[in-house]
Design a binder for this molecule. Structure first.
Ligand code: PMP
Length: 376
């Protein structure tokens, strides 16, 4: 099997797997226990947090370990739903369902919700500016889109919000970003972006599944979940220590080898763009993650072509798979980007990882070409 669905999930790295096994078998205590084993586990937990904070250049107090990006997004939305009096929230139509569904829920609960479109894959600063109102309390816009890979200029979008707040005479709007597809894949600094919070998942960067983290520097955020008060009360429940330590190991690796991986993936991306240049490319060349390449076959439905490639031993994703439900309501990611329906329906997401090889990419190009010729 040649695996090109790394935006869905990646395989764990050897070192992350070793750390998982080591921590699972040698740290037997509960970090909340007061005996030696508990203290040892607590120290490992806090060391992991400190290491991750160092990698991100943020304060460790601002990091909460979660069960992944969906839960990290949920903590922010649930906090606002619970605490605020149904004001106004802005999201976009290209968000992952773990954000978009909150937009739907908030609407049901009587909030005013604006969903911004992203023509060509990019949210326009002026559209955000126009959407801001005196009642706006939350803006949640993703950093890297998971379907086509476009990178939003979050720094400029945050600046728009801060300028509006200044005009209104005070800071009121929480800016959250879903950065799940960004970690280890594009260079960014949370401090420079200026966001209040951000969500991440370990399995997108060769860590284990079911672990992630929330960066949050807004003290007003409070969890709806109740329990033993772990993670400063934001994410109660016994900590997944092996998962957390393993995630931090994977994070270290992906930061240390960032340039090496980026160089190879860019080479692979360019190779496929060239070899598939007879097909329409949906992912733009500029401001796009090199790890995601979305192309269209134009006449074969995504699901059919995905299956054909699978029969030849390749895993890719039908470009619109993540947004099937939303699509029925005309709110799909590709629709929001104003991609022509024939392209959207036949879109294929090819996504790379640190492990993808040139040989695999060449084989994929070959398979694409043969299949298209056979079914032209
Ligand atoms: N946001 C984005 C942009 C994603 O790509 C994903 C994973 N598909 C998530 C959030 C959710 O991550 P998880 O399933 O690990 O909670």
């Amino acid at each position: 099997i040649r695996y090109f669905d790394n935006a869905a999930t990646t395989i764990m790295s050897r070192t992350a797997l070793d750390v998982y096994q080591h921590v699972a078998s040698t740290y037997i205590g509960n970090p909340s226990s007061l005996h030696a084993e508990g203290i040892k586990a607590k120290e490992k937990l806090e060391q992991s947090r400190e290491d991750l904070a160092g990698l991100l250049s943020v304060a460790k107090e601002n990091l909460t370990f979660t069960a992944g990006a969906s839960e990290a997004n949920a903590i922010i939305f649930n906090s606002l739903i619970w605490k605020l009096q149904k004001p106004h929230v802005i999201i976009s139509n290209i968000e992952h369902s773990s954000t978009k569904e909150y937009g739907r829920l908030m609407k049901q609960l009587g909030w005013k919700v604006t969903t911004l479109d992203a023509p060509g894959g990019f949210i326009k600063a002026e559209d955000l500016r126009r959407a801001l109102t005196k009642q706006t309390r939350l803006v949640s816009l993703m950093l890297v889109n998971n379907v086509v890979g476009t990178i939003q200029d979050i720094q400029a979008l945050v600046a728009e919000v801060r300028a509006y707040e200044q005009e209104q005479g005070g800071r009121k709007i929480h800016f959250h970003t879903d950065a799940t597809q960004a970690f280890g894949k594009i260079p960014f600094s949370l401090e420079t972006l200026g966001v209040d919070s951000a969500a991440f998942s370990a399995h997108k960067f060769h860590g284990p599944k079911g672990v992630g983290f929330l960066y949050n520097r807004d003290p007003a955020i409070e969890s709806l979940s109740r329990g033993g008060g772990q993670e400063a009360g934001l994410r109660p429940g016994t900590e997944n220590l092996p998962g957390i330590a393993s995630m931090v190991e994977a994070a270290k690796e992906s930061i240390q080898k960032f340039s090496e991986h980026e160089k190879r993936v860019k080479q692979i991306n360019t190779l496929l763009r060239d070899r598939l240049s007879f097909l329409p490319t949906i992912s733009p060349e500029k401001a796009c993650s090199p790890y995601i390449l979305n192309v269209a076959t134009n006449n074969l439905p995504s699901e059919v072509f995905t299956r054909m490639l699978y029969d030849k031993g390749f895993c890719v994703s039908s470009g619109s798979a993540c947004s099937n439900n939303a699509k029925q309501k005309g709110e799909g990611v590709l629709e929001s980007m104003q991609i022509a329906p024939s392209l959207a329906k036949s879109s294929i997401r090819i996504s790379f990882s640190a492990d993808t090889t040139i040989e695999e990419a060449e084989a994929l190009a070959e398979a694409f070409t043969t299949l298209i010729q056979e079914h032209a």
